[in-house]
Structures are given as structure tokens and as C-alpha cells.
Design a protein around this ligand. Structure first.
Ligand code: CTP
Length: 386
């Protein structure tokens, strides 16, 4: 029975230095005597909302505030269902509803119950509410609709808790990082423009990763329709030229520049100030080259680490390493934009990172997760962080 494992979990957590207080549902007390938990945790065990051990406080509110983290282990389909629906009818569910602290749920139930649409729906709801799930053999916190319904091993849960409370590493503290993101927009006339399909998601993910690693981030972005990240300085631009100027004005003080923007290579040579009217003959649009921002930054480079992107549909490695040389970049992150479910606009990306004498292919993953891994690899490879 999973509830026995919970006794071992309390023991492991206390050995790891955590102060643990245990709440039990009435059903749980039928399997394990609360005394076992009391002995392991060296604290009173809470089973009844109305059994107030300290008359100065209300137990469920007090516990909800006291904890830094609440773990529901083992979580039955019943408790998951109640929490997903905001039901608070015992000590455990009342405390869970009263807390503002992180809640982790380690489910344990029959495999068919676990696969029941109602349970899947409830887990999905709770995940969206910010609750995290510990799945057996997942090895990390995942939203996990799949799983065997077995409670994760106490050692693994304890390791996750220890990692959660580990002070975060901030290898980019004190460093200034410029990230460019999104498309640029080049006006043809007051109502028409040239642009591309870049959503800005990968660039924003890179900016957020740099921020979370401790950097002072300047985000320079073209027109996008996704939420702008917080915790950084944001400069909104429209054209390639405006993007170039914005980046250049910050370049001297920058330590790292990440050029994730999909910059237009051409712009109309003579943008019209009035709407161009249709005529009966074919119209040509005269274009001129925009500044290659990355190449210009590469030419002016003093101490900065330059990271570019390469969106390719074919011969990815050849073009990516070619851009590394031509633009004097230190790294190029290449993505194959020929696949419609990857790259432009999607949540996922599959990239290969190229450096001087370095190449690493990353598995397909969420752009935010990928951005963190890319930064960590770049920092280690370049010696900015060990
Ligand atoms: N880039 C830039 N300024 C431009 C064009 C591209 O700074 N005018 C940067 C992009 O931000 C990216 C890298 O150069 O980091 C490569 O962009 P990409 O569009 O893949 O390549 P291009 O240099 O435009 O070459 P091509 O269109 O021939 O593939």
C-alpha cells in the first residue's frame, strides 16, 4: 500500500533536514496508525479539522501558512477530484484550499482509475492551477497524464524536494544580455508591408532564460502578438533598421547578444507615403538590402559573445556553420523550419547548436526548456560559466 511508503517518505525528508508535519484523511488512518507518522516526524499528526491542538490558532489555516511546500502522497483519485473542484471537507482538502504555497501531488491509484477521463481531466485542471505532479519513473516534475499509478519512491521525492530548495544558480548575475526577437516589418506603403512568420516565442524564451539565470536583459523585439515577458528592459521596434539602432546603442555594455529575431533581408527601396493604387499593368517592387545586424555586430565585436540563429529548410549544417564564419558569431543555433510543427509559431523546437569546433543536437522540446539548456551549454562551452 502506497500509504506505507509515505511513512518512509517522512523519514527520508526528516533525514534530509526538512521539518515535516503530517495530515491524514480518515481513510488513511485505517491503513496506518497516525502514531507511526508522529514518531517519524516528531510532530503532532492532523486528522480532524475540528480537533484543534492549539487553541490560539486554527489548525488548517496555520498549517497552510506554516509549510513551505505541501506534498500530497499518496494522492488518491478522490483527493485529486476534490481539490480540482475546490471541495474542502476534511483536514487535508481544507488545508490544500487554504494554502498559497506550492503543492505537489504524488498520485497512487489503480491503473484504470488513473486512466479514467475524469481523473485525467482533474489532473489537467490542477496542473493549469499551478499544482505539480510527481509521476513514478518520470524523474522530474511533469504534468504527466501517463503513469502507472504507483507512488514514486520516497528517495526520488526527497531528491526533488532537496533540488527545489537548493539556492538557484545565477551564472549570469552582473552580465548584460541583449536578445532580439520576433520578425521585422518593412513598410511598402501606409497599409502594406513585408514581414515573416516569426512569432517571437523562441527569442522571448531566450530572454526569459537569461533573466532567470541572473542577467540584466534588454529585449529588442519586432511586432509580435504574444505576451511580453517581465523582469527585463523591453524595446519595441518595427523595421530592421530600428532594430539595428536599438541594439547598437546597447552593444558596448553588452556581454552577450542573442540574435533570435527573423530580420527582413530586404526592404522596399522607395516606401510610398500614400497608398499605392492598383493599375492594369503588373507592378514590380524594387527592394534593397537591409543591414545584416549580426554581421555588423560581428565586425564590431570587442568582448561580446555573439549568438545567432539560422532558420534553414535544407543543408542545415552547411549553412549554419557558414553563417558562424561569415558573421563572426561565436555560436549559431540552427533550426530546420521545413517542418511545420517545429520552429516558427510552435511551442516546440528542435535545434542544433554550432560553435567553433563544437556541435550539439538537442532533442525536440518546449522552447522555454530548450532556451535554458542552450544558455547553459553556451555558457559552459564559452567558459563564461563552469
Ligand atoms: N540577421 C541579422 N540581420 C539580418 C538578417 C539576419 O541580424 N538582416 C541575423 C538573424 O537574427 C539570425 C542570423 O542573422 O541570428 C541568421 O539569420 P537567417 O535569416 O537564418 O540568415 P540570413 O543571414 O538572412 O541568410 P539567408 O537568408 O541567406 O539564409
Amino acid at each position: 500500500m502506497a500509504v506505507y511508503k509515505a511513512v518512509a517518505l517522512v523519514s527520508k525528508l526528516t533525514q534530509a533536514g526538512a521539518v515535516v508535519k503530517v495530515m491524514m484523511t480518515e481513510s488513511a488512518t485505517k491503513f496506518v496508525n497516525p502514531l507511526s507518522f508522529q514518531v517519524m516526524s516528531k510532530h503532532d499528526v492532523y486528522t480532524d479539522t475540528f480537533d484543534e491542538k492549539d487553541s490560539n490558532v486554527i489548525a488548517h489555516i496555520d498549517l497552510a501558512d506554516w509549510a513551505d511546500l505541501i506534498i500530497v502522497a499518496p494522492a488518491t483519485a478522490n483527493v485529486i477530484g476534490k481539490l480540482a473542484n475546490g471541495i474542502a471537507d476534511n483536514m487535508v482538502t481544507t488545508t490544500l484550499l487554504a494554502t498559497t504555497k506550492p503543492v505537489w501531488i504524488a498520485p497512487a491509484m489503480n491503473v484504470h482509475m488513473y486512466e479514467h477521463p475524469a481523473v485525467i481531466r482533474n489532473i489537467d485542471r490542477l496542473y493549469k492551477d499551478g499544482i505539480r505532479f510527481i509521476e513514478p519513473s518520470a524523474g522530474f516534475l511533469a504534468c504527466g497524464y501517463v503513469g502507472k499509478g504507483r507512488l514514486e519512491e520516497p528517495e526520488k521525492i526527497t531528491a526533488l524536494v532537496a533540488a527545489f530548495f537548493q539556492p538557484k544558480k545565477l551564472p549570469l548575475k552582473g552580465k548584460k544580455v541583449i536578445v532580439s526577437a520576433g520578425p521585422t516589418l518593412e513598410r511598402i506603403d501606409p497599409v502594406r508591408y513585408l514581414s515573416n512568420f516569426s512569432s517571437g516565442k523562441m527569442g522571448f524564451a531566450m530572454a526569459e532564460a537569461a533573466r532567470d539565470l541572473g542577467a540584466d536583459v534588454v529585449l529588442v523585439h519586432g511586432p509580435v502578438s504574444i505576451p511580453i515577458p517581465n523582469g527585463m528592459r523591453v524595446i519595441s521596434v518595427e523595421s530592421a533598421e530600428q532594430m539595428y539602432e536599438a541594439i547598437l546603442s546597447e552593444y558596448d555594455k553588452a556581454d552577450i547578444v542573442v540574435k533570435a529575431a527573423a530580420v527582413a533581408d530586404y526592404r522596399p527601396k522607395h516606401p510610398a507615403t500614400q497608398k499605392i493604387k492598383k493599375t492594369s499593368t503588373d507592378q514590380g517592387l524594387e527592394l534593397e538590402r537591409t543591414t545584416d545586424i549580426l554581421a555588423s555586430l560581428g565586425a564590431k565585436k570587442t568582448h561580446q559573445l555573439l549568438v545567432g540563429f539560422a532558420a534553414e529548410t535544407n543543408d542545415v549544417a552547411t549553412y549554419a556553420t557558414g553563417k558562424l564564419e561569415k558573421k563572426n558569431a561565436d555560436f549559431i543555433i540552427a533550426n530546420d523550419v521545413s517542418k511545420t510543427d517545429r520552429g516558427f509559431g510552435s511551442e516546440q523546437n528542435t535545434v542544433t547548436l554550432y560553435g567553433r569546433d563544437f556541435e550539439r543536437a538537442f532533442p525536440s522540446m518546449d522552447k522555454k526548456q530548450l532556451a535554458v539548456q542552450l544558455f547553459e551549454t553556451i555558457l559552459t562551452q564559452s567558459g563564461v560559466a563552469e
